[in-house]
Ligand binder design. Sequence first.
Ligand SMILES: [Fe+2]
Length: 387
Amino acid sequence: MATAAALHPPSDGFKATLTPISRFAQEQGRNDDPSAVLLEEAERLKREPPLVDEELLEIDNALKHFHGLGLWGGEINGGNFPLPTLSKKLVMLKQDVLSGRGFVNIRGLEADRYSPEDTSLVFVGICKSMGTRIGRQDEGYALGHIREANRSETSQDHRPFRDSNLALTYHTDGYCPILGMQMRAEAAEGGDHLLASSWAIYNELATTRPDIIRLLATPNWYFDPRGIHDDPRPRSIIFYEGETQQGAGDGKLIINFIRYLLTGRPGVPKLAASPDCTSQQIEALDAIEAFSRKHSLKLDVRPGDIAFVNNWSMLHSRTAFRDDEEHVRYLVRIWLKNDNPVLEWPMPAVFRMGHLKIFDEDDHTLKWNVTPQPRLAFKIYQMLAQA
Ligand SMILES: [Fe+2]
């Protein structure tokens, strides 16, 4: 826990240290480091009761109602997938994601309660309570099916991480505000979901290495331009947005990056024309990784669970895993945003190009890939950016 506050803001426009943004912390009058609060929150989350029978029945009925309308998945909304009781709980969870601790987990759904297609419809129906818009992944798909491509002959190092069983460093998923993830099946071993609060990392840096915050805030980081969703201009990695008046303290700190786009990875070197990181920049990335590990919390998800994570306030990673014949890790991902500017965090201007690539068209244009297809060969942008 960071105890000694920095005497001065470590970079222009930044706060000296940040306080927790948790409903629990506010209720308790807590003003200490976000990391300590979030670890308590993660423990509280494990004790949250799962969905009760009435709520599960409500989901069953919403699915039947939706099928009866003859619509397709891209058209799901609160009106045609009605959850009259559960939606009230989801509103509270949405507050926790967007203006609270930054992550929630909905437990109690069974991974095999429905057909694969209906499981995805239910997932999307619940996602539409958390965000009003679904982002496009890859070349316009609504869902990201994350599992090891065990039929591919491509080596693990040359696959996108989502198709490999490799560990991931802490990162954010590009330019979407909210990640929705449904765990469908667990690995035989490993594959833990890990989260770390950007605010806790910031406080560590502010008290121990403010020079690193200045480096991260300098727009001199070159992302490999082959990763889709990225503005080719160099940019910063850390941002402080939305301060309404001098010193009001109501701004939002955002850390946003994927290490592999900055450094390449063993199987995919960075494009020669894209400047390498300096040794100081590598040190800064290593510091983020080290402090992320120090403040990491494990998201305790089981098959059927639906987790939502604030991609602006939290970094995430995954441990390496091993499947066997009975246990094949399988996670489905959706990128979400809200059209309501009151709910959304202020977004750095340099995110706009990438954000528009994900969200510029309405949900009716999404390709509806409710079930996974075997993946055998991969494109370069997927190997670098699809973490
Ligand atoms: Fe990710």
